[in-house]
Write a protein that binds this ligand. Structure first.
Ligand code: PLP
Length: 357
């Protein structure tokens, strides 16, 4: 197999050491002679993995006292419902920054009053709205920090007069976050924190229990906090691989160190997009995501799109076709993507430029 560079938007690339340890655990979980796919989640060795995984989340993101980390099934899409179920009493406020934000809002609308305080839908979500007022009577304000499809990212932890809840599916663990500013941070693991099949949530415990509706046992976040994410059979293998991914982040020097590498990768690619006359970026410059880099052919060069895609493919680039709602190209450069991967894509863009000059 020749060298490939994976830029898939999710599930993401995982570091080789994570894959190697996962393969080993499938054969033999911690020397028990039993595959991780067949162990009981009540065996003592499993408990250790769960505890280690929770502890790593807390350590890597510097999660303060009073918060708990839970692992859930159903992905971020199910968490849209968890949020509304557990926090919406009178009114919820959402920032509409794209398809995922809209889907989150839809779940809240099904359960009560929910409003979008601002939207960037007028420009196909190529920017993050800045001028908006968060209603002081909202139970919470919901944001999507990284808009995977459009390549926009809200990189600062904003101040909110009401509890702040964030879908960080696609930029969690890519940069330091001030968790104390949030009531809940959640997301699917498969964009940066591990494989598909598990979602994470970081929850401020004393914010729960304030809604009057009946909460089905599985949809009550307190169930998962109380039972340490083992009320029912957890996605054992996905959690195992997530734990390995967190161990890898730690081995890289932690989130701040990984952030530095991410900024360098993003700059390398955006610099080439800005320099190369064949390409233009689609996201507003000040809102550019460091995780998903979206670009299209420059005006007048649109007919080269398919040719670039097939050329890039021939050079080993995988997953750079843009989301169908934006078109063009998207290179997702999550934590596990390397500077070398990014430079290979840049070389490909430069070679393509030469072919067409
Ligand atoms: C991928 C993604 C989702 C959906 O995640 P699922 O786990 O597939 O439900 C939600 N929000 C954002 C920002 C995403 O990137």
């Amino acid at each position: 197999m020749s060298k490939v560079h994976v830029f898939n938007a999710g599930p993401c690339l995982l570091p080789q050491v994570v894959l190697d340890n996962a393969i080993e655990a499938i054969k033999d979980f911690k020397g028990t002679g039993v595959s991780v796919l067949s162990i009981s989640h009540r065996t003592p060795g499993w408990d250790e993995t769960m505890n280690e995984c929770r502890a790593l989340w807390k350590e890597l993101l510097n999660i303060p006292e009073g918060y708990e980390v839970v692992f859930l099934g159903g992905g971020a899409s199910m968490e849209f419902l968890y949020v509304a179920m557990n926090f919406l009493e009178k009114k919820a406020a959402y920032l509409d920054t794209g398809v995922w934000a809209k889907k989150a809002l839809k779940e809240a609308k099904g359960l009560g009053e929910a409003v979008a305080v601002a939207s960037s839908s007028d420009k196909n979500y190529c920017y993050i709205p800045k001028d908006y007022v968060i209603p002081a009577d909202a139970d919470y304000f919901h944001i999507t920090t990284n808009n995977t499809i459009y390549g926009t990212e809200l990189k600062e932890d904003i101040d909110s007069p009401v509890p702040l809840i964030a879908d960080m599916s696609s930029d969690i663990l890519s940069r330091p976050v001030d968790v104390s500013k949030y009531t809940m941070i959640y997301g699917g693991a498969q964009k940066n924190a591990g494989p598909a099949g598990v979602a994470f949530a970081i929850i401020k415990k004393d914010a729960l229990g304030k809604v009057s509706r009946y909460l089905p046992t599985m949809l009550d976040l307190r169930t998962h906090i109380d039972k340490e994410s083992m009320f029912n059979t957890p996605p054992v293998f996905s959690i195992f691989v997530m734990n390995e991914t967190l161990k890898w982040v730690k081995s890289m020097g932690g989130v701040a160190a990984v952030h530095e590498l991410n900024e360098k990768k993003a700059k390398t690619l955006y610099d080439e997009i800005d320099r190369n006359p064949l390409f233009v970026g689609t996201a507003a410059v000040e809102d550019r995501s460091s995780m998903n880099v979206c670009f299209v052919m420059a005006p007048g060069k649109e007919d080269l799109q398919d040719e670039f895609l097939s050329y890039a493919k021939s050079q080993g680039m995988i997953g750079i076709k843009g989301h169908r709602s934006v078109g063009g190209f998207r290179a997702s450069i999550y934590n596990a993507a390397t500077q070398e991967d990014v430079e290979a894509l840049v070389a490909c863009m430069q070679e393509f430029e030469k072919m067409h000059s």
